[in-house]
Design a protein around this ligand. Structure first.
Ligand code: SF4
Length: 323
């Protein structure tokens, strides 16, 4: 993927604008839900999954997986076309671990999605320990023969491998680095999913998140604030007072600092997530995600800062001083 410098006067690289510049019109993502599971839930790597994971495997915005891929695409597309007058789409395999399924089945799912004439790309969400060269070979063939850009989104959440252990991710930083290097070597666009307020993480981890993603040359980042679902391991820990959440002001500060250390060429898909409907113990400080997003943008303005302001730590920084 070719990365351009910031083109607008915005203080960070905004995904929707990036898509508009890249494709010449607005492009929306269409979530598709496959019947899947995750090696961190079925016992292959772990049981019960990440401590924050609810049974839906992060796919709460999707249609039921019992519907065919074609039908999910058609229904979501009709909704976006009517509501937002959008005509180009990226199919987003979002829930669970989409490359954790037999290769032949995975191939049939991807090929079903490619039939849609309004697609410009396919985004595939997965775990860093669930992607290998066989899957990448197939995806490269699809990218080349169907003229679609393929994005591979890896859930990392944090570079702090102690925290990864505490939330029972079932992988460490090493698997993420390995997967990211393999994917980038094949020329795919890459996305890293990060949660900036996991219990135990501090501002040091926030900065290291930005530095490692920048050093690896990740193309897109997607930030999420932690929400706590009743009945999860994290929910029980929260109810027992084993940890407390940082304040909204601290979250805003963390996002601003993360952006300051992030390579200015990386496109930011999201600053804060939408929580699911349902039985939640904590979600976005009972504040609309839109208000949080605007508060972060206001803070960037107030501090007169921007993405990449502190991006001065790669390529032998000490040797760059003027003598
Ligand atoms: S990797 Fe995703 S689907 Fe698997 S347990 Fe963790 S949050 Fe749930």
């Amino acid at each position: 993927m070719t990365r351009e410098p910031i083109m607008t006067k915005d203080r960070y690289r905004i995904y929707s604008q990036h898509l508009q510049e890249k494709y010449g019109e607005r492009v929306y993502k269409l979530p598709v839900n496959l019947p899947g599971t995750c090696p961190n839930r079925d016992g292959t790597i772990g049981k019960g999954g990440c401590t924050f994971c609810d049974a839906q495997g992060a796919g709460f915005q999707c249609l039921p997986s019992t519907l065919s891929i074609e039908r999910q695409i058609a229904e979501n597309k009709a909704f976006y076309k009517k509501r937002f007058s959008v005509n180009k789409f990226i199919v987003y395999f979002q829930a669970y671990t989409n490359t954790y399924m037999p290769l032949d089945y995975f191939k049939s799912c991807i090929m079903a999605a490619t039939k849609d004439p309004d697609l410009v790309g396919i985004a595939i969400s997965t775990r860093p320990d669930c992607i290998n060269e066989e899957y990448l070979d197939f995806l490269k063939e699809v990218e080349q023969t169907k003229n679609l850009e393929i994005n591979i989104e890896l859930g990392l959440q944090t570079v702090n491998y102690h925290t990864l252990g505490q939330v029972n991710r079932g992988h460490t930083l090493a698997e993420f680095i390995d997967a990211m290097l393999r994917i980038k070597k094949r020329g795919f666009a890459t996305v890293a999913h990060i949660i900036l307020n996991l219990p135990g993480d501090t501002m040091v981890d926030v900065i290291e998140n930005a530095k490692i993603l920048s050093a690896l040359g990740v193309d897109y980042v997607k930030l999420h604030s932690l929400y706590i679902v009743t009945g999860t391991v994290l929910g029980r820990q929260y109810e027992e007072g084993k940890f407390s959440m940082i304040t909204l002001e601290e979250y805003i500060d963390r996002v601003v600092t993360f952006l300051e250390y992030l390579d200015p060429r990386i496109v930011v898909q999201r600053l804060v997530g939408k929580g699911p409907q349902g039985d939640l113990l904590f979600c976005n400080w009972d504040t609309s995600w839109w208000i949080i997003k605007e508060s972060i943008e206001e803070m960037l303005e107030k501090k007169d800062t921007e993405q990449g302001r502190m991006f001065n730590y790669l390529n032998g920084k000490a040797l760059k001083k003027s003598w």
